[in-house]
Write a protein that binds this ligand. Structure first.
Ligand code: SF4
Length: 289
């Protein structure tokens, strides 16, 4: 089987930092109860790695995690995830004197800081992102003067009274879809100040998928179900390779050998939170097929 494996593969620096931080908390506090508030990164294999190190994960939507923080034993070491977290989390942590280790990715923190700066200087903010994603929840929690522009929903421009609102986005959007959002906003608000906050790790992986040769019969995109950047790689692969079959898989166990019968050339890419050994196992399996 011929394979084309995109580069880069493996964790982005934000995911690497989050995992390293969690494991360091474990080694610094060997007997402590440690819980991640939400998924540290969006990959179940990483969650299993944490469990193996006796680091539990409290999953759930924002209100459930807020309840958890209100009731958790204050001696528990809590880790906030790479995606950022709502301001309410900090408030409760401060009020209850909770022990917090913050794994927020620097790229996410940078975009949250830019939002705060613009709100402070009196501007409205249009935030482009996927409703319910933790990074988006973190951004929207800052102020009621941030307006979410999300998938497949008409945006209510009448709420924007600022002639030069700040326009910013979730770091893991697709480099294609962001352009259409920006065009629509500029048509309605020519004075809008637009920044593109797609992070470099996301951008490089998307560009690499675009460069997969057009002759591949099949493209595997490897990543967790909840991973936004994996979802965008799938979208881009489908858009740029209309003649190839595109499959999203989590591990080698998801490969359906029936898909391989008439296939001679396969492209492989993976999300920024996909453990590298999962991709290696897939490559090894396909090379031997
Ligand atoms: S994908 Fe980008 S924003 Fe998300 S953790 Fe990685 S570097 Fe940070």
């Amino acid at each position: 089987m011929r394979l084309f494996v995109t580069k880069p593969q493996g964790y982005c620096f934000g995911v690497t930092r989050a995992i390293d931080l969690a494991l360091k908390v474990r080694s610094d506090f060997p007997n402590a109860k440690i819980t991640v508030v939400g998924m540290l990164v969006h990959n179940d294999e990483v969650t299993k790695l944490l469990e193996y190190n006796q680091i539990s994960t409290k999953k759930g939507l924002k209100h459930k995690l807020i309840d958890f923080l209100r009731n958790v034993d204050p001696s528990t070491h809590l880790i906030f995830t790479a995606h950022g977290h709502p301001v309410e989390f900090n408030k409760i942590a401060h009020e209850r004197n909770l022990i917090i280790h913050d794994a927020t990715c620097k790229m996410v923190q940078l975009s949250l800081d830019k939002i705060k700066e613009n709100l402070l200087s009196g501007h409205q903010v249009i935030y482009i992102g996927k409703k319910g994603h933790p990074e988006v929840e973190a951004a929207l929690s800052i102020s009621n003067n941030i307006f979410l522009y999300t998938n497949n929903k008409d945006f209510d421009f009448s709420k924007i009274t600022d002639e030069s609102p700040y326009v910013i986005n979730q770091t893991t959007l697709s480099i294609f879809e962001i352009q259409s959002y920006h065009q629509r906003i500029m048509q309605r608000i020519p004075g809008a100040r637009i920044v593109d906050e797609i992070c470099n790790a996301t951008r490089l992986r998307q560009e690499a998928v675009m460069k997969i040769p057009g002759e591949v019969d099949l493209i595997y995109i490897v990543g967790g179900d909840q991973s936004s950047n994996t979802a965008k790689l799938v979208e881009i692969a489908k858009l740029t390779h209309p003649d190839s079959i595109v499959k999203r898989i989590k591990t080698v166990a998801d490969i359906d050998v029936n898909d391989l019968k008439a296939v001679t050339y396969i492209g492989i890419s993976s999300g920024a939170s996909t453990p590298p050994h999962l991709v290696d196992e897939i490559i090894h399996f396909l090379e031997g097929f």
